[in-house]
Design a protein around this ligand. Structure first.
Ligand code: B12
Length: 254
């Protein structure tokens, strides 16, 4: 039998773990100080859907405005999750779980107040016809929502007619399209043609596995981006009246 002292192994592992800062440690430093807001932010960060509602109710009982809590607490919590994801401290499942808690919280705030929340702007998102790969698109909608945008999510494998009708009906500030396959990404061009035929002239942000900047910049309205986390920054620029040329200059690689 090999003679091993387990306590020495544990001590060694502990030392290694304690020397690294956990996401919780980093988050705690940036959580807001106001106790009522902090509880909501923390619940979003933990992705605890039940606790989010309890904390919101507590804040409302103590005099906070339910609609203000959306920007002041729920979106702050999601912002911290996005920040830690960008820094590589959290992973995709953490983002998805937190976003569900935030979305439940927003619905609860709207219900409690009886008023509607004012979004920064509306965005329509879809995955192209013939393509079911929707994980990237889901991430994208999480980032947009957590940055104060309303997203009309058309889902995956969406026929071109449906995309164009949704844009005409909802009048978004921009459209996002996802394609993961070389065989499906050609519908971007057709969507763009149909938008222009309908007199719609909004930025059409395209991304997803097989798509490249070289492909997208060959058609009008098209803006390429490979990182879903950048999409809210593009939307912010669109709100500042940036043209497609401005956006390409700012977000395309040379
Ligand atoms: C998961 C997966 C599946 C799942 C999809 C589940 C789902 N609900 O999404 C299932 C099993 C269903 C599947 C099926 C198929 N798949 Co598949 N699949 C994959 C796989 C392994 C991962 C894709 C993924 O989710 N990546 C993670 C996400 C996060 O990445 P992402 O989508 O690119 O998104 C990121 C960025 O691109 C960006 N982004 C995404 N969208 C947008 C939009 C905008 C506007 C912006 C700015 C950014 C952005 O943001 C995200 C993060 O920053 C890839 C291989 C790979 N390594 O990519 C193959 C892959 C995409 N699949 C492939 C194929 C061929 C198929 C099938 C045809 C297989 C078959 N023979 O049946 C079917 C097609 C079904 C269909 N009609 O769509 C090929 C495509 C080849 C090609 N280049 O054309 C790949 C590349 C595998 C391969 N190497 O051959 N697949």
């Amino acid at each position: 039998m090999i003679d091993i002292d387990p306590s020495s192994i544990l001590v060694r592992y502990n030392v290694k773990l304690e020397s690294q800062r956990s996401p919780d440690d980093v988050a705690r430093e940036i959580f807001p100080e106001d106790e009522l807001i902090r509880s909501i932010v923390e619940a979003v960060f933990e992705g605890d859907e039940d606790e989010v509602l309890v904390a919101i109710q507590e804040a409302v009982d103590q005099g906070k405005d339910a609609i203000d809590l959306i920007d002041d607490a729920l979106i702050v919590g999601m912002g911290i999750v996005s920040q830690l994801y960008d820094e590589g401290l959290l992973f995709l499942p953490d983002v998805m779980i937190a976003s569900q808690a935030m979305t439940d919280g927003i619905e609860y705030c709207k219900k409690v107040s009886g008023r509607s929340h004012e979004y920064k702007g509306k965005v329509v998102s879809f995955v192209v016809e013939g393509d079911v790969h929707d994980i990237g698109k889901k991430i994208l909608t999480v980032f947009l929502r957590s940055n104060g945008y309303e997203v009309v999510d058309l889902g995956s494998d969406v026929p071109i007619d449906e995309v164009v009708s949704a844009v005409v009906e909802n009048k978004p500030i921009m459209l996002t399209g996802t394609a993961l396959m070389t065989t499906t990404m050609y519908s971007f061009r057709e969507v763009k043609n149909r938008l222009l035929d309908n007199g719609v002239n909004i930025p059409f942000i395209c991304g997803g596995g097989a798509v490249t900047q070289d492909f997208v910049e060959r058609y009008d309205l098209g803006l390429y981006c490979d990182d879903a986390a950048v999409v809210p920054k593009i939307a912010d620029e669109v709100l500042r009246d940036a043209t497609i040329e401005d956006l390409r200059a700012k977000f395309h690689r040379n």
